[in-house]
Design a protein around this ligand. Sequence first.
Ligand SMILES: C[S@@+](CC[C@H](N)C(=O)[O-])C[C@H]1O[C@@H](n2cnc3c(N)ncnc32)[C@H](O)[C@@H]1O
Length: 232
Amino acid sequence: MRLEEAKRDYYRRRAKEEGYRSRAAFKLKQLNNKYQLMRRGSKVVDIGAAPGGWTQVSSELVGNVGQVIGIDLEPIKAVSKNTIILLEDITSSTVVESITNALRGNKADLVLADLSPKLSGVWDMDHYKQIDLCNSAIDLLPPILKNGGSSVMKAFDGDEFQGLVKRLKQSFERVEISKPNASRKESSEMYLVGLDFTGQVPKRHSEVYQSLHPSGGHLDSALSDWHENPAT
Ligand SMILES: C[S@@+](CC[C@H](N)C(=O)[O-])C[C@H]1O[C@@H](n2cnc3c(N)ncnc32)[C@H](O)[C@@H]1O
């Protein structure tokens, strides 16, 4: 058996034995060991949380004086008393209000985003959609993450990856790119750890374009026009 398959089986078996709902739980444990992202009493928002592995790990680490809010499009079984589950799309207009209500007026110390779109198998499209979800998660940060707080975000490495890193670097004092041992080497997923949130995030490129060209349509259609006729 190849080494990477053996590693996947190892983490799958451990997840089963230790009662975690996903192998991904070990990725968060390893990232937390490296960066000390949460402690007893921390408030954590876990975006794209189903089936709940990261929510379980966070709930254990923050203890009963901490709080965890898990959000997903898919239902998540209850985790623990210190955890609130929201069944919601992170791109909906109501999601910020739902999160701030659940945080009871506080801001989070840590925002996690292990988001994945439904995969089509067409790499470019899956990559683009996944990075778009990451950008939606970044858009949520100012009202929900406290200044000086941290974030962990899964991102598929590809053409749009560096643009995402750049946006995070404009939002956090320090950004680290990490690949925990529990993540398969051949998988394109990387983990971006943002430390010391500045409180502000830059606009997305498409928003900048639209503010410069208010009647000029959408950036995507502008780009496809350009591809058809780059001389104009
Ligand atoms: C890889 S799974 C998360 C695994 C989780 N961290 C764990 O340890 O169990 C990615 C999740 O992102 C969720 N997701 C994708 N798009 C979303 C959206 N627009 N709003 C909320 N959740 C979304 C998916 O439903 C999926 O459950």
